[in-house]
Design a protein around this ligand. Sequence first.
Ligand SMILES: NC(=O)c1ccc[n+]([C@@H]2O[C@H](COP(=O)([O-])OP(=O)(O)OC[C@H]3O[C@@H](n4cnc5c(N)ncnc54)[C@H](O)[C@@H]3O)[C@@H](O)[C@H]2O)c1
Ligand SMILES: [Zn+2]
Length: 357
Amino acid sequence: MEIEPDFFAKEAFYQKIKDLDKTIVIVTHTNLKKHFGHYLKKRLIAHGIDTKLIDFPTGEKAKSEETIAKIQHKMLGMHLGKNTAILALGGGIVSDVAGFVASTYNRGIPLILFPTSLLAMVDAAIGGKTGVNTKYGKNLIGSIYMPEMIFLDLRMLNFLPDKEWTNGLAEVMKYAVSLDSHVFEILENGLDKWAGKDPAFIQELIIQSCQLKISVVEKDTLESGYRRVLNFGHTIAHAIEVCEKYEFAHGHAVIIGVLVEAYISMRAANFPEESFEKIVTLTRAYNFPLKVSKKTTKKKIMHAMQYDKKSKDCTPRFVLLKSLGEVHSFDGEYCTEVKNSIIENALDWMFTLFKEV
Ligand SMILES: NC(=O)c1ccc[n+]([C@@H]2O[C@H](COP(=O)([O-])OP(=O)(O)OC[C@H]3O[C@@H](n4cnc5c(N)ncnc54)[C@H](O)[C@@H]3O)[C@@H](O)[C@H]2O)c1
Ligand SMILES: [Zn+2]
């Protein structure tokens, strides 16, 4: 993995891709095609690299089996074979979709990740997970497939809309709350730097996040136990995304999930109340959007959680906080069942505070 401010201007970047000696298929969001996609394609071709460009619409709804099939068929129609590599240029949706295509096309072709959103840089591009959404749940169809190269280009963030910054920060909050109280302190002291998009501060958040995720993934590549810690906040978040019919940004669902699961931790696992209050205060200070629409109801959340991949016999299991920056191990399972009354109580709390007015 490399971090640089402007890869497109660096000869070494093109040389690394040229050394793969493959036809490159850039897979990107439609709205990034015009500025980034076409430009990168032109530059790769200028460096003697055979390059194609495929785009698909933005939004969680497009992270689907239909999109995967469309991309695969486009590539088959172009007569592309094993001598092809995919370059995923975009946010987490692009890396999840393009990564899944790379892992299955011709039974696996090389994958290069070029994440462009903060969320993809701090989370989605790290760890090798790919996947798509179905009506049953998020990311239930997918693969674990490691990329050959990852290029984190901080200059890309200059074009990122404000709400996408907040979505990325939600995953940083997840790391801070569940894995590293030092990152929590960095966030507590970094409000002004965040408001000013201070490059050194942003780079620090990205590096800290990548290091935390890599250290978890290295201990448990196949998600048999410890890797579940990365799922903190996501039992609730994924259920909200299903209820909202994938019209909700992932980061938006994650921050709500972090709060509700911190609440559950307080009621079910002795997570200290003052630490819970600190999380609520920090969330408010960073102005996270904290509303769900009328589509999300308690009953629908309870139903959607049955399909969560940590569920056992349709009963959801949660990663729970022990203290700020630390989760319970539950004998190496890193998740546990929680009484329905506690979950419902936590959801009531969520609705009182956040329901759309
Ligand atoms: N595989 C994993 O380990 C993993 C981890 C975390 C999240 N995810 C997945 O990632 C997805 C969310 O990722 P996301 O928030 O990046 O969503 P996204 O890919 O939809 O990107 C968000 C929006 O920002 C735009 N955008 C991206 N980069 C831009 C740039 N540089 N300039 C201007 N606009 C830009 C995109 O076009 C899109 O409209 C979810 O589906 C989630 O499940 C996967
Ligand atoms: Zn996430």
